[in-house]
Design a protein around this ligand. Structure first.
Ligand SMILES: C[S@@+](CC[C@H](N)C(=O)[O-])C[C@H]1O[C@@H](n2cnc3c(N)ncnc32)[C@H](O)[C@@H]1O
Length: 323
């Protein structure tokens, strides 16, 4: 336990059963042990041993399916209805994770690919440089998805692109953090990746749980964004190092670094189309086209005049005969 969050140096399955009430957690972000002898991984990664924190506790491959079913069933129990879970996984044991999420009646929202730098070099095959992020929700309640938390829907990037659309694509290119000369947990998740999940799927004050804290990266990002962190770590070494690292975190410090999205509220967004609106749309669109305006320019003018988004206009135009 610590004043910076609720942290327990114990097995997460037993710990959850004993300590965490049903339906009490808003968001789970977790990166379970790999079941691939991950306790020896730093040799493959050619990392300087002195900077890799010892104490990673692996799960034997044979026990992986049963272990996964047990922790995911606890995760499903502690999530509130409408709550979200993101599970980061490699591909070796992906099948067990997906099957356990489905067995626990969690609902798939997206299967995200996280592409990172520094995949392990191989000569006779392609280099693996991605992880899977399984984004599921617990049905039955209000789901938090903050669509415009990073970029407004109407914001424009280079060549008229939409940064909001790009940010919400299901392939995320985010580099791992290089921390030369500083101790870190094996495969610590980058803060940028965690910030993205936390921003989209929670609000300030929400309770965020990581069942496998490792280097406490989820807990640090959660507190940095003014959320309440909770979690478990079985390794004493990793746990003690993590609890110390939490003491240096000022609650909310990451909020200052976030970009403010530009949100343009269109007055008629989401409202039913009346017959008068439809008549105006078709007549005015035709007029604009006749005057030599491109389709893009016509839509921009119509968006201002009708107070509706571009996609709503396109959908309406497609469904109407052009009179
Ligand atoms: C892949 S690491 C998590 C890394 C973490 N996301 C980070 O960014 O540092 C998995 C962690 O789970 C811990 N672990 C293994 N079995 C556990 C269990 N039954 N309960 C809690 N933690 C466990 C391991 O010691 C390891 O630190």
């Amino acid at each position: 336990m610590s004043e910076r969050g609720l942290f327990y140096n114990e097995d997460c399955i037993e710990g959850c059963r004993r300590r965490i009430p049903d339906a009490s957690v808003d968001l789970i972000i977790t990166d379970p042990p790999y079941g691939i002898e991950g306790d020896k991984l730093h040799r493959h990664y050619n990392r300087k041993e002195e900077y890799v924190l010892e104490g990673y506790i692996e799960v034997p491959a044979k026990k992986y399916p049963e272990f996964t079913r047990a922790w995911i069933s606890e995760a499903a129990r502690i999530l509130r209805p409408g709550g979200t879970i993101y599970v980061v996984s490699g591909y070796t044991n992906l099948i067990h994770i997906i099957s356990a999420l489905q067995n626990a009646s969690l609902k798939e929202v997206n299967h995200i690919i996280w592409k990172y730098n520094f995949g392990i070099f191989t000569r006779k095959k392609f280099i693996s440089a991605h992880y899977h992020i399984l984004y599921y929700i617990k049905p039955g309640g209000n789901v938090t998805f903050n669509t415009e938390c990073r970029y407004g829907l109407a914001e424009k990037g280079k060549h008229d692109s939409s940064p909001n659309y790009r940010d919400r694509e299901d392939v995320w290119i985010i580099n791992r953090e290089n921390k030369p000369g500083r101790a870190k947990n094996k495969n610590e998740l980058p803060t940028e990746l965690l910030i993205k999940m936390i921003q989209y799927s929670s609000n300030e004050g929400d309770l965020i749980c990581d069942l496998f804290l490792g280097g406490f990266s989820t807990a640090r990002a959660a507190l940095g964004l003014n959320r309440r962190p909770l979690g478990f770590e079985l390794s004493k070494t990793a746990f003690e190092h993590g609890v110390q690292s939490m003491k240096k975190i000022e609650p909310g410090y990451l909020l200052r670094e976030l970009r403010s999205p530009i949100i343009r509220n269109l007055p008629n967004q989401g409202r039913e189309w009346t017959d008068a609106d439809k008549d105006y749309l078709t007549a005015r669109f035709r007029e604009l086209q006749m005057s030599g305006k491109t389709k893009k320019m016509s839509l921009e003018i119509l968006s201002h005049e009708l107070g509706r988004g571009k996609w709503s206009l396109i959908k309406a135009l497609d469904s109407l005969p052009l009179r």
